[in-house]
Design a binder for this molecule. Structure first.
Ligand SMILES: *[C@@H]1O[C@H](CO)[C@@H](O)[C@H](O)[C@H]1NC(C)=O
Ligand SMILES: *[C@@H]1O[C@H](CO)[C@@H](O)[C@H](O)[C@H]1NC(C)=O
Length: 333
């Protein structure tokens, strides 16, 4: 469903537009498997399209400081090889996309946007002492159920030769949904005389997609390379390196090694890091040594304008002056 990122008009919320089933035919060229799904769930399509856009920005946010910065996702539906070859990067994107569509639907239910679902019912567990269940819980069950239909729909058809990549994709989508349901947390609001918090109303809500992306990034770093082969009666995903522990349901898995993304290589979907801005003092992935792959960097100074000397004025605004400051920037050679 990530293909929807490319169809700008799908991302916009005018719900009226979705009354016409013909609009689903727009999908025929890119994701034919989704046309019937679209017709059956017209009212979900704005949430699904928003989830595709949210996947893109959460992915770019999580990888802004890395050599691979998730920019090829913008070329959807013409995915570059970094996202087609069954690499670690595509594992991350598939898991995040599956989480995002379920997240979007769960939230849309709670906000009253959808006719067929609403807030989730209160949890069976006892509320914490001094609080009671109330508010409106994100409808994760509905989100997971319908989200799976969308995230996995492009997979239904396919040739036998693609069995391995489909198995990997299904596995990684399930990991994304697991991380999403684990991200449900109790949120509370205080009531009572002058903020005394003598009464607390609590509900179960999802963490932000950016938080989920950062959990998935940790799994991306620890992802396991696998092959799809017979293990007992059926084919399973088993670690390529036999010394590695068995694949768990919480591990991201991939089939093909990634390049180091240091230099341009269109065949591998690598854009290289030439001209990327790096941080001279950081020891992390945005540090100049790591980001520039040892090629060194150029430094230039830039003048930035900032608001400064801000003062509160009676009544009621803040007045600031504009200051100039020179900053040094470093870009990879
Ligand atoms: C990601 O890196 C590429 C290649 O260096 C660059 O052209 C692009 O602007 C970067 N994208 C983002 C979102 O930072
Ligand atoms: C560079 O990295 C250092 C250390 O991690 C950090 O404190 C600083 O804010 C970073 N600078 C920029 C411009 O991001």
């Amino acid at each position: 469903f990530l293909e929807l990122t490319s169809t700008q008009e799908w991302g916009l919320p005018p719900r009226v537009a979705w009354d016409e089933p013909q609009r689903c035919r727009l999908l025929a060229g890119t994701v034919p498997a989704q046309v019937p799904l679209c017709r059956r769930n017209l009212e979900l399509m704005p949430s699904v399209a928003r989830a595709a856009a949210a996947t893109k920005s959460a992915c770019q946010g999580a990888f802004a400081a890395a050599r691979w910065n998730c920019s090829s996702i913008e070329r959807a539906p013409a995915f570059a090889p970094d996202l087609r070859r069954g690499t670690r990067e595509s594992a991350f994107v598939h898991a995040l996309a599956a989480a995002a569509v379920a997240h979007g639907i769960a939230r849309a239910c709670a906000s009253g946007e959808l006719p067929l679902c609403s807030c989730a019912s209160s949890p069976a567990e006892e509320p914490a002492p001094g609080s009671r269940w109330g508010g409106c819980a994100d409808n994760v069950r509905y989100g997971l159920q319908l989200g799976a239909a969308f995230a996995d729909s492009t997979l239904v058809s396919g040739k036998a030769g693609r069995q391995a990549s489909q198995a990997v994709r299904l596995h990684n989508s399930a990991v994304g949904r697991q991380v999403l349901s684990d991200s449900l947390e109790t949120k509370c609001k205080c009531h009572g005389v002058s903020g005394s918090c003598s009464v607390k109303t609590c509900w179960k809500g999802l963490r932000s997609l950016a938080d989920i992306a950062s959990d998935l990034k940790a799994k991306y770093l620890a992802a396991i390379k696998v092959t799809h082969r017979l293990l007992g009666p059926r084919k399973q995903l088993v670690p390529k390196d036999t010394a590695t522990r068995l694949v768990q349901e919480t591990d991201l898995v991939y089939l093909a090694n990634s390049p180091d993304y240091c230099t341009v290589n269109p065949q591998l979907g690598s854009l290289g890091t030439h001209d990327r801005q790096c941080n001279k003092t950081s020891a992390g992935s945005d540090g100049c040594d790591v980001l520039c792959c040892g090629r060194g960097y150029n430094t230039y100074t830039e003048e930035v304008l900032e608001r400064c000397h801000c003062k509160y004025r009676w009544c009621c605004y803040v007045a600031c002056r504009t200051c100039r400051r020179t900053v040094q920037r470093h870009v990879c050679k």
